[in-house]
Design a protein around this ligand. Sequence first.
Ligand code: XMP
Length: 508
Amino acid sequence: NVLILDFGSQYTQLIARRVRELNIFCEIKPYNKLPEDLSAYGAVILSGSPYSVRAEDAPHPDLSEIKGKKPLLGVCYGAQYLAHFNGGSVEKSNTREYGRANLTAISGTEPFFYEITDGSQVWMSHADTIKTLPENTTLLASTHDVKNAAFKFDGEDTYCIQFHPEVYHTTQGKQLLENFLIHIAGLKQTWTPDAFVEKTVAELKEKIGSDDKVILGLSGGVDSTVAAVLLHKAIGTHLHCIFVNNGLLRKNEFEDVLEQYKGMGLNVKGVDASARFLDALAGESDPEKKRKIIGRVFIEVFDDEAHLVEDAKWLAQGTIYPDVIESVSATGGPSATIKSHHNVGGLPDFMKLKVVEPLKMLFKDEVRRVGASLDIHPERLGRHPFPGPGLAIRILGDITREKVAILQEVDHIFIQGLRDWGLYDQVWQAGAMLLPVHSVGVMGDERTYEKCVALRAVESTDGMTADWVNLPYEFLQKTSNDIINKVPGVNRVVYDISSKPPATIEWE
Ligand code: XMP
């Protein structure tokens, strides 16, 4: 297990991914919440940071139980921190030290540089630079502009690098991490999806009593499905899954997904609460109020259903690692609420159930790999993300059954088209928005005054940032034709070419 101490760098999560890609488990902890018991950690990595070590309020954790006692790698700020507080000097850099650079003068005998070629490209991103090294250190590599690009403390496994091994632009970054974690720290590569499944199933069996029932809300998405299959493996029919139709799902989604879950042997109850949701939403056009209504009705419906399961003691959730990482925010303050994601905060206390979250240490791509090792159908694992509030946040303005029906048809044509053209898997998420405007058109010899839909397809890795996808014009042309010809009430189709930020993926 590797401990990554986060100093607030935008790349900290990437370090974790790279470590996990080596089949070595790791955890991110904020620098000010150093675990008391460090015995589980075989190596420690210090992340970069937006701070300067010279600043008064810069992070200064006490590393006395780590440095010299465990293999330690300082990256960027981490390296500057180790230099600054051990007698070296860090100063503002007067040359540009952003972007690519090439490692030279690599110390050939050093295991840290095993298989790293002279001139290897690395990625720099720092405003401060290490001017002089502490005593008892050895310089290991430089670049054209950065003399002290890599060094180590003599007599201990403490390595410091000014560049970022975790970004793809550092072409041999993975090899460097492998050198540090495997060759120097001696860690074993045992973190595989199969091993995860075996360990988690055993833990779940142990944790959940043999008479306890577990309730899980399925959404049709990857996370809740993988969580359900894992729990099913551990406790079989004591797992009760509830799949709520909020009336805002995609066309045929409720029936199709229920059918698929039955094929997986899961104990699933489909609850059609469409009317309850749509009635509660009637007349409301404020985006945040719509989200809140959906969140509230979902809890009511779910609570009603949970009470029907006797001996229910646990609530299972498909929470994943990015939802739980307590990263250090660069500004120090809580980030602004842009949208209320109703399913992030969990359910309120009145449900009085203990929570079990078998995926809470996994990244999305790891959830998919675990899903594959559980033989979940690739189509289910490759499914685009779909928001909890569903089509409600893609119908701008108030929601009516007619608008939902129109948008379901439009969305179906778009998504099916992406599949037919082999584009679905190249897109991270796609959907259609129903706009609250009418525009004039002409069909046959008749004037029309009908609705407009916007198509949106984005590429992203985590939904935090996204860019629009350059879909082929021929595809857009065919899709637009199909939509206007087949969906009564729509006479205009536009394509959204905004990135996030400044726009968001959903329109509400
Ligand atoms: P935005 O619109 O914030 O979306 O750029 C980022 C990602 O989050 C999804 N999303 C939600 N997912 N409940 C969810 O489960 C929500 O309330 C919610 N709002 C947005 C969105 O589909 C995209 O993948």
